[in-house]
Design a protein around this ligand. Structure first.
Ligand code: CP
Ligand code: NVA
Length: 304
């Protein structure tokens, strides 16, 4: 059984470690191209049970830039995709690899893998959490605001839309760092019970609002995500409920001057954000996408 360091959710880092990651990400970004061989000789597996553009390429490039050797495995090509148990896959790959990044469905799948894999595991998205993305998002804010704990703790961050892995990730980050978090979502939508309990246990606080405009008031950061996540069925009824929570000019105009808009991508223009708002803020959104690389290199330095 494994007793190594994993990054399965934000809670695997202390608050101080999260700030260390932010600081280190800035250095890695500034020094991109400088020799860094911290993963020299390490073979890092990347098991993806869902599609990916950013996570796959940014981790693969990041591993290469740190001198390691990435091995990408889609579950379609692994026996895992034909029903080989995840605990057996973990015990086999443990004999070959020095670490793994996984994108999968339920959090219990990554927990099981980590239990049987004797090396470190990083979460590249589950149905529950997307921790590498959320550290990237707060790094993007930290870069723009040019400030650490004192600045971040005073922010109002508002997430609009589905109660999904990104919403959960904001909840976990709030519990870890402490800032004002509002989740603007339709009546009847709620955060996963386990995610809420974990946040409460750690003294986290967030508000769910069914009123988009009052939620937006005084926001420093506004953010959203797709209405239908990977692995979910396209339910017309769900989309219709979420539709009013689109980030549009009204949301932006009710937020603070200089508000930061974030989107983890891919975006569905006209669904969770209007084309106009998305394009107006696209420079920051694509910077956020680039930052995946720098932040994940900082995470990998700690974990692998
Ligand atoms: N944001 C994100 O994780 O993108 P991919 O699904 O393309 O990896
Ligand atoms: N909530 C989305 C995030 C994609 C990066 C999904 O899980 O599909």
């Amino acid at each position: 059984m494994s007793h190594v360091r994993n990054f399965l959710s934000v809670y695997d880092f202390t608050k101080d470690e999260i700030y260390e990651v932010l600081l280190r990400s800035a250095v890695l970004k500034a020094e991109r191209g400088a020799k860094n061989a911290c993963l020299e000789g390490k073979k890092i597996g990347m098991i993806f049970e869902k599609s990916s553009t950013r996570t796959r390429v940014s981790f693969e490039v990041g591993i290469a830039e740190l001198g390691g050797y990435p091995i990408f495995m889609s579950s379609r090509d692994l026996q895992l995709g034909r029903g080989e148990p995840i605990k057996d896959t973990a015990r086999v790959l443990s004999r070959y690899l020095d670490g793994v990044i996984i994108r999968t469905f339920g959090q219990e799948r990554i927990d099981t893998f980590a239990r049987y894999f004797e090396k470190p595991v990083i979460n590249g998205l589950t149905d529950l959490y997307h921790p590498a993305q959320i550290l990237t998002d707060i790094f993007t804010v930290y870069e723009i605001k040019k400030g650490g704990a004192g600045v971040i703790e005073n922010l109002k961050i508002v997430y609009f839309g589905d109660a999904n892995n990104m919403a959960n990730s904001w909840v976990s980050l709030q519990a870890a760092l402490g800032f004002e978090l509002v989740l603007a979502m339709p009546e009847g939508f709620d955060i996963d019970k386990a995610v809420r309990m974990e946040s409460e246990k750690r003294g986290g606080k967030f508000l769910i609002s069914n009123d988009k405009i009052s939620a937006a008031k005084n926001a420093d950061v506004i953010t959203t995500d797709v209405f239908i996540s990977m692995g979910q069925d396209e339910e017309k009824e769900k989309i219709d409920k979420l539709r009013p929570f689109i980030i549009d000019d009204d949301v932006v105009n009710n937020s603070k001057d200089g508000v930061i808009f974030l989107h983890c991508l891919p975006v569905h223009r006209g669904e969770e954000v209007t084309e106009g708002v998305f394009e107006r803020f696209s420079q920051v959104v694509f910077e956020e996408a680039e930052n995946r690389l720098h932040v994940q290199k900082a995470i990998m330095e700690k974990i692998f």
